[in-house]
Design a binder for this molecule. Structure first.
Ligand SMILES: Nc1nc2c(ncn2[C@@H]2O[C@H](COP(=O)(O)OP(=O)(O)OP(=O)(O)O)[C@@H](O)[C@H]2O)c(=O)[nH]1
Ligand SMILES: [Mg+2]
Length: 207
């Protein structure tokens, strides 16, 4: 039975057959430790294929393992659309995978940590790279926001400003451990894709 949750009906895994679903590729990218693997694990209806390996450099103090190639998970949404979620490595030294993973994406999610000063600068560089791969919509998810003194609009404005993105790009708080937050982010990405497919009609010139 489908599970209806805040406008996004999630079908049980034995719902639609493979032939009745349309795969839609979304890439989840962002700096080291921004929550990419966690986001995919939180929402995927299948066991996530991951490639985390032990960290051996100085970033080990932040966390003990890192994605070296990709994460893959999927979820079927309301109307027979199956989101295929690909998580990238966050460390620049594994960036050879970024272009490979971006092939065929319809949108991407850029995660950025609110509590690490360097995360936004890294995210800006990643954003420029991904914009070069494909002209697709993207959504920014601000993670670890509970670790900053005043999480809320101020932090979203600061991140938007640092990334240099306009108001057409959703910038939202996202705790990747929260299913609700992850759904909001993916929904925003899907809405952005739909908006691209059917843009608002051009204003009629009045003489
Ligand atoms: N408190 C808090 N912890 C978070 C949040 N997002 C992610 N985490 C935790 O941060 C850790 C790192 O998350 P990952 O999902 O491995 O991050 P990643 O972006 O895949 O990391 P790399 O692949 O190494 O770049 C995990 O322990 C998560 O549970 C958040 O918003 N708040
Ligand atoms: Mg990861």
């Amino acid at each position: 039975m489908p599970t209806q949750e805040r406008g996004w009906a999630l079908k049980a895994h034995n719902g639609p057959t493979a032939s009745s679903t349309h795969p839609v590729k979304i890439v989840v990218t962002g700096p080291f430790s921004s929550g990419k693997t966690t986001l995919i694990k939180t929402i995927s209806q299948v066991t996530v294929l991951g490639t985390d390996r032990e960290v051996t450099d100085e970033t080990r103090v932040i966390k003990r393992s890192t994605t070296v190639a990709m994460d893959f998970g999927k979820i079927t949404v309301d109307d027979g659309v199956c989101l295929h979620l690909f998580g990238t490595p966050g460390q620049q030294r594994f960036d050879v995978m970024w272009e490979i993973l971006s092939e065929g994406m319809v949108a991407f999610v850029l995660l950025v940590r609110a509590d690490v000063a360097t995360s936004t600068a890294e995210a800006r560089s990643i954003l420029e790279t991904f914009r070069g791969f494909a002209d697709v919509p993207f959504v920014v998810g601000v993670t670890h926001a509970e670790a900053v003194p005043a999480p809320g609009e101020d932090i979203l404005t600061a991140v938007r400003h640092s990334l240099g993105v306009g108001h057409e790009v959703p910038v939202v708080l996202c705790d990747p451990r929260s299913r609700t937050d992850v759904k909001e982010v993916l929904l925003a990405a899907l809405i952005s894709v739909l908006a691209r497919l059917s843009p608002a009609p051009a204003p009629v010139a009045v003489s």
